[in-house]
Design a protein around this ligand. Structure first.
Ligand SMILES: *Cc1c(COP(=O)(O)O)cnc(C)c1O
Length: 394
């Protein structure tokens, strides 16, 4: 039988080198626990980057997925299906949005959002009105267009020419936001309410208020990227609810599928009829198996679960704020960024060695545990995390 070390070598030999992988190979999981080949147990504070929001092998999700796989695994979007229809209705009923387009990832959900915003403006005002304001330090995906939307210089090299029509504003700089909206023919402002990859940085309320004001004054659309913040992560179904924001377009993915690839772009009143037959599409989008799994997730993101997210988030903040080696704690709900005195990658490595899985975002530690992580496991993991943060700072 091959040892873990041999599997890693084989993987590095045959899989494209796009990931700097951590030294772990997981073979199974149960709830908020993961296990490697040697049977070592890990507490999961990452949930596959906010994907497995009900943990690993969640029995309700497993049943929904396997039952649908045994019935019909795929059918073209040229035909109607039940799971996709039920999922779209559930999403609209939970969020007050009007219609949904299904795809397979966050980047694709954003591509659809961008296309929709440009078509809305083109239909009404002509094709020149195509500029989208996005945030510095944002992250919107890895396609050529979504890396253009991503306001980080590091992404804007090697793969040009890039899609034009994006201008960037520092999060929180209302004056610059207004200046850009006045200087350029802007069709949309696109933002994460909490910048995830950019360091778990929540937008100030005043900045979001200015976005809404500009949107009203100039018929600029608001695209809210909830790929990471959505589906209960911040204690509301979508994070925009924390800001009293009703976006024209919401993109989501990650947690939506509970572990299978699915993305969605949700349209409000203004945008629900923009896309017409032939203007957009996806072979796999809203695949019956993924949609059935997602439905089993969305239905359970209810008031009780969200209250649990808030409670766990409060616990994390109480424990970590002011703890030895912790400089600051950012984020909302179960999306936490921790600025530490010691280097974050070293802490991540030490925690992995002690059976706690976590992430980084920029220079910070990032926690995205399953939304239903049992309190005992959260306490056990937090104690280890605190020790390692303190150790790395001494
Ligand atoms: C992860 C992420 C994306 C990209 O999602 P993929 O499924 O990897 O394409 C886009 N936006 C945000 C905010 C994300 O966190």
């Amino acid at each position: 039988m091959m040892q873990e070390k041999e599997w890693k070598a084989l993987s590095d030999r045959y899989i494209a080198g796009t990931y700097a992988r951590a030294d772990a190979l997981f073979v199974r999981g149960q709830g908020s626990l993961l296990y490697d080949m040697e049977g070592k147990r890990y507490i999961d504070l990452c949930s596959g980057i906010g994907v497995n929001i009900f943990g690993a092998a969640d029995p309700v999700w497993v049943r929904a997925v396997t039952e649908q796989a045994a019935l019909l695994q795929h059918v073209s979007n040229l035909y109607y299906t039940e799971p996709q229809t039920l999922l779209a209705r559930a999403l609209c009923q939970k969020t007050g949005m009007d219609r949904v387009f299904f795809c397979n990832s966050g980047a694709e959900a954003n591509e659809c959002a961008i296309k929709t915003a440009r078509k809305y403006a083109s239909d009404r005002y002509g094709p020149e009105r195509n500029v989208i304001i996005t945030l510095k330090n944002s992250f919107h995906g890895r396609t050529v267009t979504t890396i253009s939307a991503t306001g980080q210089e590091v992404f804007h090299k090697d793969f040009g020419p890039f899609t034009g029509g994006f201008v960037y504003v520092e999060p929180g700089d209302q004056g610059e936001l207004r200046r850009l909206a006045e200087e350029y023919p802007v069709c949309a402002i696109m933002a994460e309410m909490v910048l995830g990859e950019g360091g778990v940085q929540a937008l100030p309320q005043s900045f979001v208020d200015e976005m809404m004001k500009l949107a009203r004054e100039k018929d600029i659309l608001i695209i809210d990227d909830e790929v990471q913040t959505g589906n209960g992560r911040t204690g509301r179904y979508f994070c925009c609810e924390n800001y009293g924001l009703k976006p024209d377009i919401i993109s989501t993915a990650k947690g939506l599928g509970g572990g299978l690839p699915i993305g969605a772009t949700l349209f409000g009143e203004k945008t629900k009829d923009v896309l017409t037959p032939g203007t957009h599409g996806s072979t796999f989008g809203g695949n019956p198996v993924c949609a059935a799994g997602a439905l089993s997730i969305v239905e359970r993101v209810d008031e009780a679960l969200l209250a649990g997210v808030e409670e766990r988030g409060r616990y994390l903040r109480q424990e970590l704020e002011g703890a030895p080696g912790v400089l600051s704690v950012s984020g909302m709900g179960l999306m936490a960024g921790i600025e530490t005195k010691g280097p974050a990658p070293e802490i991540v490595k030490a925690c992995l060695g002690r059976g706690v899985v976590l992430l980084t975002a920029k220079e910070k530690l990032r926690l995205l545990p399953p939304l239903n992580i049992p309190m005992e496991l959260l306490k056990e993991a937090t104690a280890i995390l605190k020790e390692e943060i303190a150790r790395a700072s001494s």
